[in-house]
Design a protein around this ligand. Sequence first.
Ligand code: NAD
Length: 424
Amino acid sequence: MSAASPAPTHLREDPFALAQAQLRRVGETFDVDPNLIQVLSQCKKGVEVSVPVQMDDGSVFPFQGYRVVHNTTRGPAKGGIRYHPAVTQDEVKALAMWMTWKCALMGLPFGGAKGGVICDPKLLSLGEKERLTRRYTTEIINEIGPEKDIPAPDVGTDAQVMAWIFDTYSMNVGYSVLGVVTGKPLAVGGSVGRDGATARGSLYCIRTALQKQGSRLQDRRVAIQGFGNVGSNLASLLCDEGARVTTVSDSRGGIHNAYGLDVPAVIAYRAEHGVLQGFPGADEITNEELIEIDCDVLAPCALEQMITAENAPRVRAKMICEGANGPTTPAADEILEDRGILVLPDVLANAGGVVVSYFEWVQGLQEYFWKEYEVHAKLNDIVVRAFEETWSTRERHATSMRMAAYGIAVQRVAQATTIRGLYP
Ligand code: NAD
């Protein structure tokens, strides 16, 4: 297997078709003009690019990349870049649409976008990854920019990749453009608090939801799927707050200890061994078993379509916090809703990342940087306000948190579209 081999997909259903169907349901529930729903069900623009890269062995491989903008009615497009062997254009389109709703729900002046390159970043050397990133950036250079479309990290990309994008774009225009990308390292205009921001937003959502139920985080048992940026930071934050993180996993499987894992030790173990398996004092479990584990909060923080109609009847968690984008299929959603399991949807529960990305963009444009406590406090304000709006909309419409969140978001974008009018 090479870094260029496409992988078997984790997607059982076409994610863009699901996102469009979700939008139609929101339109009906919230009585949004069907003409607007039809407009919003399409992506504004997308490019497919070939990214030829010289590999370390001297060969040249043309990787395939995408950048899709779903909507820019409320401001420039915003969305991550994914490096994964199973990336597809329809996945990128769905993720771009969800970014539009997420930014609107958070009240950020952004539309939605997403990008991806079909590759396995784990099998690329640092040099190969840098060459791929710089060539991909060059191929989409007319599409991105601080007033147009601002990328950020997603699965398989990190602060170093963002630094290469920032540098490549800046070299092409002839000066440093801090606002072209977020999730940058602190040394080149990143924001304090960006790294753990998505997980911190999830933490605020879980905490607020438990408060609504008259409960608190102390001793709640949490299972987390995915141990990357979102999953590992969420495990740390929850552990600091006194929750019991019993189960964590990555793509190769997971570990479980009913009394709670020593999260800092797990992070250190994974950094040293590259895997979770073999962590002392824990049982090994599969990703399938993790979804069905007995816990208070299940946080899928890996990829889409992990909770399906097949396994949803066996989910034992009382609450699901979607750290990942699209981890629950619509069919699973209905089953969970019928079973009274509270689902904190992705557009709310993982929006902390884009909120602090917005802060980074603002700081970059102003060349004036904030302190960590300011970032955390402003993040808390925005996420908790969005949570409260979603909660009260859910009660008013007797619907799910997902429908309520989408309802608020879609109505905001629809209203902006109507006010701006149809050009020309
Ligand atoms: P990452 O690349 O840092 O980590 C992904 C993790 O998922 C890794 O531990 C990987 O091993 C694991 N994984 C991959 N395939 C898996 C599988 N089939 N089963 C179980 N685990 C698997 O990515 P990330 O940035 O943490 O993103 C994770 C999810 O959160 C994605 O859905 C992403 O779109 C979403 N998200 C990320 C951010 C962000 O700021 N990074 C913001 C919002 C949403």
